[in-house]
Design a binder for this molecule. Structure first.
Ligand code: PHE
Length: 335
């Protein structure tokens, strides 16, 4: 009996259980119903009472040895692959991303106009000649239609990437009855040389207000409200300008002041910062879009989102907006 026990202990100690298959083979050889440890117990049971006393402890120790060895094998790194994953462990928390600066500015502008009753409308980025140009009163030979500014769709030249969000004005007027108050944000495209200050695509926000008796004074007051809300500035000026679809047309500057070096750079030493183009919707555009120009009038305005974002965040290069560089984007987390 003594030597049986000793042999078994040696056999158990020498058994290689370093992979899952070996561990299972070990279990079958020693711990199963017909395994060597059970056999040892069978032999033990047949011993006379005297000997049972002598060997009882050792026999139990052999059993424990085999069980411990098997348990340890299950817990080794290699064998853990066989063990079920613990689904109760807490998940690793994922890092929260940040909002794009252009989205931040866009939503702020939408919010400011939503407070005075403007809804939000969208139009397609691939636009037909009618909505991007003709209905907006661009003469047939207007230089803005030129290949130098517009990306045309090669196989069907009546379609182009929209060059401004003013195309959405036409779509809204074609589909809605006044009063119309809407803001149209979106991406626009121009065939320009890419540099720190210009890109072949950028974003605009268009505004349109159509009702009875809308006047230039309403336009001015609305823009002033926006300048106060968005920039915290309460002085604006309008300079005469030209757009085919508005008459009269103006460019809007806000008075920024000249308090520090940044102000000087931003306003080129004038204290005034240009923020948008605007004007009274030309009656010809109203008519083309199915609105009775005898009864209704309105104003429109359009601004570039990148330009505003460049100023607000003091970003030196417009290209960085579309580079998806996390070192840039993560600076806007929580905003
Ligand atoms: N669409 C003009 C542009 O892209 C901006 C504008 C919009 C001007 C509405 C007047 C009215 O420059």
């Amino acid at each position: 009996m003594q030597s049986t026990i000793e042999n078994l202990i040696e056999e158990i100690n020498n058994y290689d259980v370093s992979n899952p298959d070996q561990a299972e083979a070990f279990r079958l050889a020693f711990l199963s119903r017909k395994g060597k440890v059970s056999q040892l117990f069978d032999t033990f049971k047949l011993l006379p009472g005297e000997e049972k006393k002598i060997y009882g402890k050792s026999v139990n120790e052999v059993k424990k040895l085999a069980e411990t060895k098997f348990k340890d094998a299950q817990n080794t790194k290699v064998n853990q692959g066989q063990v079920r994953p613990d689904f109760t462990r807490p998940v690793k928390s994922s890092t929260i991303g940040s909002r794009h600066p252009l989205s931040i500015i866009r939503d702020e502008i939408i919010d400011i106009f939503a407070r005075i009753g403007y809804d939000v409308s969208y139009g397609p980025e691939i636009e037909d000649d009618w909505h991007n140009f003709s209905a907006l009163n661009f003469p047939e030979e207007h230089p803005a239609r030129d290949m130098q500014d517009t990306f045309f769709v090669e196989k069907s030249p009546d379609f182009a990437l929209r060059t401004h969000t003013s195309s959405v004005q036409v779509r809204v007027m074609e589909n809605q009855k006044p009063p119309i108050r809407t803001i149209s944000p979106g991406r626009v495209f121009r065939n320009e040389a890419i540099s720190a200050r210009s890109h072949c695509f950028f974003h605009q926000i268009e505004g349109l207000y159509i009702d009875e008796n809308v006047s230039f004074a309403d336009l001015k007051q609305t823009i002033l409200y926006f300048a106060e809300q968005f920039f915290g500035k309460s002085k604006i000026r309008m300079r005469p300008s030209y757009f085919p679809f508005t008459e009269p047309s103006a460019e809007v500057d806000v008075y920024w002041g000249l308090n520090n070096e940044v102000d000087y750079r931003l306003t080129k030493g004038t204290g005034w910062l240009e923020i948008m183009g605007c004007g009274m919707v030309d009656p010809a555009v109203l008519q083309a879009s199915g609105i009775d120009s005898e009864k209704y009038s309105g104003f429109a305005f359009g601004m570039g989102i990148e330009r505003i974002a460049l100023n607000r965040y003091q970003i030196p290069d417009i290209r960085i907006f579309s580079e998806n560089d996390q070192r840039f984007l993560m600076q806007f987390s929580g905003k």
